[in-house]
Ligand binder design. Structure first.
Ligand code: ZN
Length: 397
């Protein structure tokens, strides 16, 4: 390297610090010319590919990825390509730091200032649906909208969070979450699902301060459900699962009683165990957090007359469930709500939930049981598919 080259580099760095990138785009400093993406190129096959980083337009943001959770949706796409996206860069539970920002981008979707160095997460891309906005509580959930990490590959390539960088374009929702640590930021997306479920549950008018609540299923969704209820001041929580290790974790997340369904033969014995856990009462409200149709059929038996139920376990078609409409619904007058993804408002509420959960000592960050670097992303998916651990994350250094 000669003096001239060194001078050029120094100039570049200074220009970066002063935020005078090309064409009004602010930049944090030199960004590499090329970067890697983890491309799903076939069933159960992810390859690291290197592409030139694109120019950033006036409405775009370039984010250096710090980490991204592996979601059940990613695992389905990896195993069977049900969405027909291959080749695709997956990863939608991601977060990172803004390194370049177009001159038109001044604020995030909640109105917070946005600039170089801020840590962000994305939600959905809404350019075609102005009906979904942040500030109308009654607006629909975001299901069906586009999301980074579930878009087919194109010439730009940097459209998923399993990569070194991602380009956030116009019409995207992006939130400044610089006040949350990396693990919390990786957990925002799955936690938003539970904030929404609890909001749905509240519409029944049955879920109240210290209701008796049963949470069935202690995978990440059920465990986060318990933590959300706990941060709301609900302490009468019974967790139901078939694995002792998960039930132990459920207790640390805020459940005060647990029922292992493997220890109770038949639904009568199981509902009696739930009743006993509440000191001789059935639950006022139930959250169904498994993807098992039998679990859906069973859960009505845990709920008192006039109680409520939120079903949120079926992110994919798990088949039909049988219930007896007379006994399970009519004569008991159960109020049932379904829940699916979240609204934008729920997404923002989630940031506060995470801070509160950590403040009251819930071990929410322990949900991330495995971390892999980008070059080991296939191992991350294998671990996820094997259902080892809870939340698996890809974390860049
Ligand atoms: Zn997801």
């Amino acid at each position: 390297m000669n003096n001239n080259e060194i001078e050029q580099i120094v100039k570049q760095v200074i220009a970066g610090m002063q935020g005078t990138g090309a064409a009004g785009t602010k930049s944090a400093g030199p960004v590499p010319k090329t970067a890697r993406v983890a491309m799903l190129t076939g069933i159960e096959k992810i390859e690291l590919q290197e592409y030139a980083l694109p120019e950033i337009g006036d409405d775009d943001i370039l984010v250096k990825v710090e980490g991204c959770g592996v979601c059940g949706t990613d695992a389905h796409e990896y195993k069977r390509d049900p969405f027909g996206l291959i080749p695709v860069v997956l990863g939608h539970e991601g977060t990172g730091e803004i390194v370049k920002i177009g001159k038109n981008v001044k604020k995030d979707s909640a109105g917070k200032p946005l600039g170089i160095g801020d840590k962000v997460v994305t939600c959905m891309i809404f350019q075609d649906n102005p009906d979904i906005t942040m500030f109308d509580l009654n607006k629909q959930n975001v299901g069906g909208a586009d999301v980074y990490g579930l878009l087919p590959d194109d010439n730009m390539h940097f459209k998923g969070w399993f990569a070194d960088y991602i380009v956030i374009g116009k019409g995207s929702t992006v939130f400044n979450v610089s006040d949350l640590d990396l693990d919390s930021r990786i957990l925002i997306e799955p936690c938003a699902v539970l904030i929404h479920a609890v909001e749905r549950a509240k519409t029944t008018g049955i879920l109240r301060f210290n209701s008796r609540v049963v949470v069935q299923g202690c995978g990440p969704i059920g465990l986060i459900c318990i933590a959300v209820l706990r941060t709301m001041g609900i302490e009468n929580i019974t967790a139901v699962d078939g694995e002792e290790k998960r039930l132990e974790f459920a207790k640390r997340m805020g459940a005060n009683k647990t029922v292992n369904f493997k220890e109770h033969k038949g639904i009568e014995a199981l509902s009696a165990a739930v009743e006993e856990s509440f000191g001789g009462y059935l639950a006022d409200f139930a959250f169904q957090c498994t993807g098992s149709p039998v679990a859906h059929s069973n859960i009505y038996k845990f709920i008192r007359n006039g109680g409520g139920l939120c079903e949120l376990g079926f992110f994919i078609n798990g088949g039909d469930a049988t219930i007896n409409p007379h006994f399970d619904l009519c004569s008991k007058e159960i109020t049932l709500v379904g829940s699916w993804v979240y609204t934008l408002r729920d997404y923002a509420t989630t940031f506060d939930f995470l801070k509160r959960a950590i403040a009251i000592g819930l071990p929410i960050k322990e949900l991330i049981t495995h971390k892999y670097p980008l070059e080991k992303i296939n191992d991350a998916f294998i671990t996820n598919v094997k259902m080892e651990g809870l939340k698996i994350a890809v974390v860049n250094d």
